[in-house]
Design a protein. Structure first.
Length: 267
C-alpha cells in the first residue's frame, strides 16, 4: 500500500510538472526533464529520484503499455554521511525510558536487527520459540535469531494481542489485515490467532482494498513519536531514529561476533 501511494504521488507530480499534459503525449524528453529537475532544483536524494523513476517507468509500462528506453538525465548525488550508531550504554538509557510494547519494539530492532516496518508487521505465527527464530516478511523474506532475553516479553505481548483478538471475535469481527491475494486464498483463516499482528492497533479499520473490517498493526508514526520522547528523556544527544538501532545491531555483531550472527544480543 505504501508503494502504491508513492507511485501515485510521483505520477501526479510528473503530470502537474508538465502543466497537466497527458502522459501519452509525452516521452523520454519530458521524463528526463522531470528527473533532472528533482536532482538539480529540488536537491532530492538518489533514493528519492530512483523512486520517482520507478514510478514513472511503471506507469508507462503497465498503464500506458509503452516502454521508456535510453533515458538520459542528471543523477542525484548519493550521500556519503556515516550512519548514527549507539553504544550499548546509550541503548540501555533509551530503553529505560520506554515501557510496554514500545520497549519491546525497540528491543527487537536492536536485538534482531529488524527495520521498523518489519518489526511492526510481525504476526504471531512468525515467532518460533522452540528454534529461537523470527520469520521476517519483507521484499526478501528471511529468518533471524530471537534473543532468549526477549522470549518472556514477546509471550506477554502475545497474550495482550490474544485478549484484543478475543474481544474482536466476541463483537463479530476478528479478521487480520492481509494482502488481497492472501485474503482470497486464506478466507476465514484470517480470523485465526496465528495471523494476528503481534503489535495490533488500538482501533479497527476498513481494509483499503477489500473493504472488510480488520485490525492492522500500530502505525510507524505512533512509534516514532514515542521514540522521540524517550530519546529526549534519556539524555542521549545523538540523532536517533528507529533505523539507528539496526545500525547499532550490526556494529554489535561485527565487534563481538565477527564470524557471524550472535546467539543472543544482550538487552
Amino acid at each position: 500500500m505504501k508503494t502504491e501511494k508513492s507511485y501515485l504521488y510521483w505520477a501526479r507530480y510528473f503530470i502537474r510538472f508538465h502543466h497537466l499534459k497527458h502522459p501519452n503525449e509525452m516521452g523520454n524528453k519530458e521524463v528526463e526533464t522531470f528527473l533532472s529537475h528533482l536532482a538539480v532544483s529540488r536537491g532530492v536524494s538518489a533514493a528519492t529520484q530512483n523512486q520517482a523513476l520507478c514510478a514513472i517507468v511503471f506507469m508507462y509500462k503497465h498503464v500506458l503499455d509503452r516502454e521508456l528506453k535510453n533515458l538520459k538525465f542528471g543523477y542525484a548525488k548519493k550521500p556519503r554521511n556515516l550512519p548514527t550508531v549507539l553504544n550499548a550504554e546509550e541503548v540501555q538509557k533509551i530503553l529505560k525510558c520506554m515501557l510496554g510494547k514500545y520497549w519491546l519494539i525497540t528491543a527487537i530492532l536492536y536485538g534482531c536487527g529488524l527495520r521498523v516496518h518489519e518489526a511492526l508487521r510481525l504476526r504471531v505465527k512468525d515467532i518460533d520459540f522452540i528454534n529461537q527464530s523470527i520469520f521476517v516478511f519483507s521484499g526478501k523474506d528471511r529468518y533471524t535469531l530471537l534473543p532468549q532475553s526477549l522470549a518472556d516479553s514477546i509471550k506477554n505481548q502475545m497474550a495482550i494481542a490474544k485478549k484484543c483478538h478475543d474481544k474482536d471475535m466476541c463483537e463479530g469481527f476478528g479478521m487480520a489485515s492481509l494482502p488481497p491475494s492472501l485474503i482470497r486464498k486464506c478466507g476465514n483463516a484470517a480470523k485465526q490467532m496465528s495471523w494476528q499482528f503481534l503489535f495490533p492497533s488500538s482501533v479497527r479499520c476498513t481494509h483499503p482494498i477489500d473493504g472488510y473490517i480488520c485490525r492492522h498493526h500500530i502505525h510507524e508514526t505512533s512509534y516514532a513519536k514515542y521514540l522521540r520522547q524517550a530519546v529526549s528523556k534519556s539524555g542521549v544527544m545523538k540523532r536517533v531514529t528507529a533505523h539507528t538501532f539496526r545500525h547499532s545491531f550490526i556494529k554489535y555483531v561485527l565487534a563481538f561476533y565477527p564470524s557471524g550472527h550472535p546467539a543472543d544480543v544482550q538487552i
